[in-house]
Write a protein that binds this ligand. Structure first.
Ligand code: ATP
Length: 362
């Protein structure tokens, strides 16, 4: 069993800086957990505490049922893949992968079996006699992965393992890592800045900010049901549009007033806003770019400031009540820079946030 349990984990560095605050997470066997968040939010610190490379200031770390706080890194049954996957330049691919096992005095035939199996999984069989300088970046990355796989660890920890690769290789390796996860059935914790990696690889994503976990959820739920303004703005590219909206009662409707526009809020959301006491108050309304549609009979209007064609889709940028918003529309759109544009928000897809607590209302 390679479940992990992080209970009330805190990290205060010797200079007094609190890098991780009350981190709680139960990870099940075979999960692919992603840590995301802005630079400096404590992702790597948390990963390094799991690896044993950084002391845990307080809290409990368990792997399976065993408390690991004071267990040496080498005895934690964990393999780590870093972004700087320094291979030994004078050694062949085979020896690079075998090295860790040799150090542990694993019998030769067992090493051979492990290296060949890893090479098969990673499609490195034909490259075993090469030195790193005769490999492409992606092949080197796979060798680094191989070094981790041969140890057959309970848990893989990966800290931005693809960040040194160019865009095309990243995509290839991302798919490789996904396959490896399926084949090995391993538990993986993976740190990344990259939205796409997070959304495509993770079974669950942990979003962090300033050392504090903001939300832990499946990629789909994080995208569709963000728990606060930060998560809503962080997940998704281009990011969710945010507009101040005054909530008013109009006849039997609840409307969100944005400038001169009064947008009728769908029933379930209207109820949540009313029950929460938001009538008469200003809240933040969030709407994703794909939920803004330009159409000739749209009820709202503006002027296109920027038109961006990205092949399969077009981004239109325009102001709504003084705030710039982004619409992700069909490339068939007639709208061009400088044109008047009519559009609608898909109100079923809106999110409302409390302006003070920044927590989601509905
Ligand atoms: P990035 O995405 O930039 O790698 P991160 O989320 O992985 O960031 P960490 O490396 O965990 O962030 O660092 C978290 C915070 O702790 C940062 O503000 C960093 O400056 C601080 N920090 C890291 N190591 C130390 C240290 N040894 N002493 C003091 N502060 C540190």
């Amino acid at each position: 069993m390679a479940s992990l349990s992080l209970q009330h984990i805190n990290k205060t560095y010797p200079n007094g800086f609190e890098a991780v605050k009350d981190f709680n997470l139960e990870i099940e066997d075979k999960e692919f957990i992603i840590f995301v968040g802005p630079s400096g939010c404590g992702k790597s610190t948390t990963l390094r505490m799991v690896a044993g490379l950084e002391e845990i200031t307080s809290g409990t770390l368990k792997i399976g049922d065993k408390v690991m706080n004071d267990v040496e890194p080498k005895d934690r049954d964990i393999a780590m893949v870093f972004q700087n996957y320094a291979l030994y330049p004078h050694m062949t691919v085979y020896d690079n992968m075998a090295f860790g096992l040799k150090l542990r005095k694993v019998p030769k035939d067992q090493i051979d079996k492990a290296v060949r199996e890893a090479a098969r999984i990673l499609d490195l069989e034909k490259l075993l006699d090469r030195k790193p300088k005769a490999l492409s970046g992606g092949q080197r990355q796979r060798v680094a992965m191989g070094r981790a796989i041969v140890r057959n660890p309970k848990v893989f920890l990966m800290d931005e393992p693809l960040s040194n690769l160019d865009a095309k290789l990243r995509v290839q390796m991302r798919i490789e890592i996904s396959k490896i996860h399926q084949r090995l059935g391993a538990t993986i914790i993976y740190v990344t800045h990259d939205q796409t990696e997070a959304m495509t690889l993770g079974t669950r994503i942990v979003v962090m900010k300033d050392g504090v976990v903001q939300q832990v959820d499946t990629p789909q739920n994080l995208y569709q049901k963000p728990g606060n303004l930060f998560v809503a703005g962080f997940m998704g590219s281009p990011q969710m549009n945010f507009l101040d909206a005054e909530i008013k009662e109009k006849g039997s409707d609840i409307v969100a007033v944005i400038g001169k526009d009064e947008l009728v809020v769908p029933a379930a959301k209207a109820k949540a806003l009313k029950d929460g006491g938001y009538v008469g108050k200003t809240v933040v309304m969030g709407i994703r770019p794909e939920d803004v549609a330009d159409k000739a009979d749209g009820s709202m209007s503006s002027t296109v400031k920027v038109y961006e064609l990205l092949g399969a889709e077009v981004f239109l940028y325009f102001d709504v009540n003084g705030t710039q918003i982004t619409a992700r529309v069909d490339p068939g759109t007639k709208a061009k820079t400088g044109d008047p544009v009519k559009f609608d928000f898909n109100m079923e897809k809106t999110h409302f946030f409390d302006k003070d607590t920044e927590l989601v209302i509905t």
